[in-house]
Design a protein around this ligand. Structure first.
Ligand SMILES: Cc1cc2nc3c(=O)[nH]c(=O)nc-3n(C[C@H](O)[C@H](O)[C@H](O)COP(=O)(O)OP(=O)(O)OC[C@H]3O[C@@H](n4cnc5c(N)ncnc54)[C@H](O)[C@@H]3O)c2cc1C
Length: 462
């Protein structure tokens, strides 16, 4: 059987990036994937299809809400759901084919099938057993549900089912106000569904800077989403025409029910490691199902590494990709490293929400002296021109040194704007460094500069 320097199991953003980088560094590499297409959750049922639907429905929203204001008479813009689904499939196809092309270009062997590890240094795919000096597990994650909420992917669905509903529902209950729930909830709200989000905590998007989360909730409410916060879901049942969700309010224990055509369970994801044979190998796992790794991505078994959603850390494609590059470099004898302090997070709703570094709550908890610079998009000419003055940039900097500690943006293009702050943080920049950098006018990025200015002598347009 062929022998490889490295076999990567799983071709999601962690695995395929790891395989490509390792091949570029001169290793003989194979990547095993059980799905029919490459790209993992991200390209097939995650980031990419959800962004396609967000783009299509955002365009619909623009047509309905803003075209007439700009003197554009498009008549009645109607939705062809089958065509929208076909567009989504085309976007997925272009992206997954793109990874196939990159594998060929970089001479990465694609082993098709589900892998197991029968012994250290060996990977079985079907009847074939391959040998490798190093193995990287990048098997990702799968949606998790709640007790008493049986997913059938028809009326009680996970994000996978929600991306491919046969018809647009008239009503939807989303369980969980995290990123995936709010993105998919926005898609269906824009398509005309009455969307109610039921969340256990008293705020949406747990972990987000509280001021930004509050502003975000208000904006989503204006867009028609309803929220039931502080609600513990007790169960859900499919009925003839849809499903019913039962919950109790945490503040008074009162019991309630809500019915909808479709219920989306968006309560998180769990690591997927089934079928690999890790238990028989004695590989150490963490209580929440992740593979335990050290800071060089080594598992407890020599020669076996793990990255991405299968290990601890934020379940994000770019976190998995960065770990893929780092572990490839380590296996090739270099010094791979991921700076977990500067991993941005983005919600791709309209407006987008993006953050990096510490939240104000975290700085308070750490007892760190900090200053806050805020700037509203109402003061940004470009944002106002596109009806997106709602939102702000909030920058947090060390009180004594002015070093940037975090930044939280809700507004147009936030998911792209955040990266100038990421670069600044990687270079240990101060808010003044950013404030003194010339920013083109008129751009949304001027709002980031103004927030940096607000950490010092003050913003100009506030
Ligand atoms: C609806 C949705 C939207 C999302 N949006 C975003 C977003 O906008 N931005 C973002 O950063 N993240 C987003 N995510 C999260 C992102 O998709 C994941 O964090 C990312 O895909 C994790 O990458 P990974 O390589 O670790 O695993 P995955 O992408 O899950 O890939 C793992 C691959 O391994 C394969 N595999 C598993 N076991 C085996 C085996 N034994 N043999 C062979 N193959 C195997 C699986 O088939 C899969 O293809 C989203 C997720 C969802 C569900």
């Amino acid at each position: 059987m062929p022998t490889f320097d490295l076999i990567v199991i799983g071709a999601g953003p962690g695995g395929y990036v790891c395989a490509i980088r390792a091949a570029q560094l001169g290793l003989k590499v194979a990547c095993v994937e059980g799905r029919d297409t490459l790209g993992g959750t991200c390209l097939n049922v995650g980031c990419i299809p959800s962004k396609a639907l967000l783009h299509a429905t955002h365009s619909l929203h623009e047509a309905h809400q803003n075209f007439a204001k700009m003197g554009l008479d498009a008549g009645h813009v109607a939705v062809n759901w089958d065509r929208m689904q076909a567009y989504k499939a085309e976007v997925i196809g272009q992206n997954t084919k793109g990874i196939e092309f990159l594998f060929k270009k970089n001479k990465v062997t694609w082993l098709k099938g589900w892998a197991s590890i029968p012994a250290p240094g060996k990977v079985q795919v079907g009847d074939e057993v391959h040998e490798a000096r190093a193995i990287v597990i990048a098997t990702g994650s799968e949606p998790s549900s709640l007790p008493g909420v049986p997913v059938d992917e028809k009326v009680i669905v996970t994000s996978t089912g929600a991306l491919a509903l046969p018809a647009i529902p008239k009503s939807m209950v989303v369980i969980g106000a995290g990123v995936i729930g709010l993105e998919m909830g926005s898609v269906y709200a824009r398509l005309g569904a009455q969307v109610t989000v039921v969340e256990y905590l008293d705020a949406i998007t747990p972990g987000m800077d509280a001021e930004i989360a509050k502003a975000f909730q208000k904006i989503l409410q204006k867009q028609g989403l309803k929220f039931v916060l502080g609600a513990a879901v007790q169960g859900a049942e499919a009925t003839g025409s849809g499903a019913t969700v039962r919950y109790t309010l945490r503040k008074d224990g009162s019991a309630h029910e809500i019915a909808a055509d479709v219920v989306l369970v968006a309560t998180g994801r769990r690591p997927y490691t089934a079928g690999l044979g890790l238990e028989a190998l004695g590989v150490e796992m963490l209580p929440r199902g992740q593979i335990r790794t050290d800071d060089h991505f080594r598992t407890s078994l020599p020669g076996l590494y793990a990255i991405g959603d299968a290990i601890v850390g934020p379940m994000l494609a770019h976190k998995a990709e960065d770990e893929g590059v780092a572990v490839a470099e380590i296996i090739a004898g270099k010094h791979g490293h991921v700076n977990y302090g500067v991993i941005p997070g983005v919600v791709y709703t309209t407006p987008e929400v993006a953050s990096v570094g510490a939240t104000e709550e975290q700085l308070k908890e750490q007892g760190r002296a900090y200053k806050v610079g805020k700037f509203s998009f109402m003061g940004n000419g470009r944002a106002k021109a596109v009806f997106q003055g709602d939102g702000m940039v909030k920058m947090l900097a060390d009180k004594a040194t002015d070093r940037i500690l975090g930044c939280h943006i809700i507004g147009p293009g936030a998911g792209d704007l955040i990266h100038e702050v990421c670069v600044a943080m990687e270079f240990g920049a101060s808010a003044e460094d950013l404030a003194r950098t010339c920013h083109a006018h008129p751009t949304y990025s001027e709002a980031v500069r103004e927030a940096a200015l607000a950490c010092g002598d003050g913003a100009i347009h506030a």
